[in-house]
Ligand binder design. Structure first.
Ligand SMILES: Cc1cc2nc3c(=O)[nH]c(=O)nc-3n(C[C@H](O)[C@H](O)[C@H](O)COP(=O)(O)OP(=O)(O)OC[C@H]3O[C@@H](n4cnc5c(N)ncnc54)[C@H](O)[C@@H]3O)c2cc1C
Length: 392
């Protein structure tokens, strides 16, 4: 039996952030992941905001950044484009496209440098509640081990089991789990370089198609759909889109990524005696964009900080409630607001999307942010005013 203060299951962005902050707070931490290479395979379009990284205290590194985002293109079903690019609008350090396979490894290295021990290619197969803690069963290359910890942090992603095993509800109901699929492609043509592209409407029911540039002719080309709104599978929608797009006529896929994205908002219960849940496992995802890197790491940071303090004071749910308060304080504002926008977008037909895009064509923006876009939306669409009036 290997004893430690904190075990974090999952070395994705949320888990590494939790492990780092727990270790920085003085706890003895073991970070466990079933992958043989942390970060690989990726299940992500790899977009993050610069502001988000800054808030987490993460210094951008050329080792894991592939492209700086120079603007946004939004296209509606009739082909109308809304361009939000530097020649038209101030882009206050919008964001980066990462190389997740490198980024995730670097985040785990940060955790290790803070003092966490990392176990790779180690599958957590079961957990058991014991007096003041958990036992955790693992299997690694044929070897079975049992660990004992005072705090267990479940950061095992959208399909994670750990929280459920502990009696907590999973992050998303099936209805709120987007189904995502993506090709990383080369020979992609861009009208404007460095611009992230979004295609709205029935090309991806319940979600959107994206083209996120990673290099001069390289991009993540993917989509997410809500399966109950769709007539086909996600890959069928994506293949249709790729076949029709003039920018992808010569494109070749070098990678395919498939994954679920919980867009239903944060789980009701994020903690219990000796356990906390963070990241996708806790629904810490922007419901509009499906982005969960920054929000998951923020949740992980809160869980890690609370874990380190709890080890010194009290590991019961009475104390861990602090994590719930911190996570809601940090993330509620964004998650709740963007859930509203997502719900509004779900009500729009292709024709309504086109009408909005036509109205947007003549609009000018001061700066680029989702809030700015929603502000304009409210100005031009009565339906948006009705549904999103309280957004800004
Ligand atoms: C197609 C797609 C595109 C996306 N694009 C973006 C984007 O552009 N920007 C953005 O911010 N977000 C994006 N997301 C969401 C983003 O990828 C996730 O929000 C993010 O990875 C969540 O981090 P996490 O640490 O919670 O979980 P994960 O990154 O899923 O990490 C969970 C880890 O737990 C490990 N694990 C699971 N079970 C066990 C077990 N039993 N034992 C040991 N280890 C285990 C897994 O191996 C994994 O490494 C996208 C998602 C999808 C599906």
């Amino acid at each position: 039996m290997i004893e430690t203060d904190v075990i974090v299951v999952g070395a994705g962005p949320a888990g590494s952030s939790a492990a780092k902050h727990a270790a920085l707070g003085g706890a003895k931490v073991i970070l466990i992941d079933k992958k043989s290479e942390i970060g690989s395979p990726k299940r992500c379009a790899e977009g993050v905001s610069i502001e988000g990284l800054k808030k987490l205290g993460i210094e951008p590194s050329p080792r894991w950044i592939t492209k700086k985002i120079e603007g946004v293109r939004i296209q509606t079903p009739d082909g109308t484009d809304v361009w939000l690019t530097e020649d038209q609008v101030k882009i206050p350090e919008a964001g980066y496209i990462l190389e997740r396979k490198v980024f995730d490894k670097h985040m785990a290295m940060d955790a290790a440098r803070a003092g966490a021990e990392i176990r790779i290619k180690t599958l957590v197969t079961a957990i058991d509640k014991i007096d003041n803690g958990f036992t955790v069963e693992t299997e690694s290359m044929g070897k079975k081990e049992t660990f004992k910890c005072k705090i267990l942090i479940a950061a095992d992603g959208p399909e994670g089991h750990v929280a459920r095993w502990a009696g907590l509800r999973p992050a998303a109901k099936a209805k709120e789990m987007e189904s995502g699929v993506q090709y990383e492609m080369c020979n992609v043509e861009f009208e404007k370089p460095g611009v992230i592209e979004f295609y709205l409407g029935s090309c991806a029911p319940g979600g959107y198609v994206w083209i996120f540039p990673k290099g001069d002719d390289i991009a993540n080309v993917g989509l997410a759909i809500l399966p109950h709104k769709a007539d086909k599978t996600a890959i069928e929608y994506l293949d249709d889109f790729v076949a029709k797009s003039p920018y992808l006529k010569n494109a070749q896929a070098v990678e395919i990524n498939v994954g679920g994205d919980p867009v239903g908002g944060m789980t009701k219960k994020l903690y219990d005696d000796n356990i906390m849940v963070c990241g996708d496992a806790a629904g810490q995802v922007n419901p509009l964009t499906g982005g969960g890197i920054i929000s998951g790491m923020t949740g992980g940071m809160c869980a890690g900080k609370v874990a380190a303090q709890a080890i010194k004071e009290d590991c019961s749910k009475k104390y861990l409630k602090l994590y719930d308060e911190m996570a809601h304080e940090e993330l509620d504002h964004e998650i709740k607001r963007y859930k509203k926008v997502q719900e509004y977008l779900l009500t729009l037909s292709d024709d309504e999307l086109d009408d909005i895009a036509h109205a947007f064509e003549g609009e000018s923006f001061e700066k680029i942010s989702t809030t700015e876009i929603v502000k304009k939306l409210i100005k031009i669409s009565p339906k948006a005013l009705l549904k999103l009036g309280k957004f800004v």
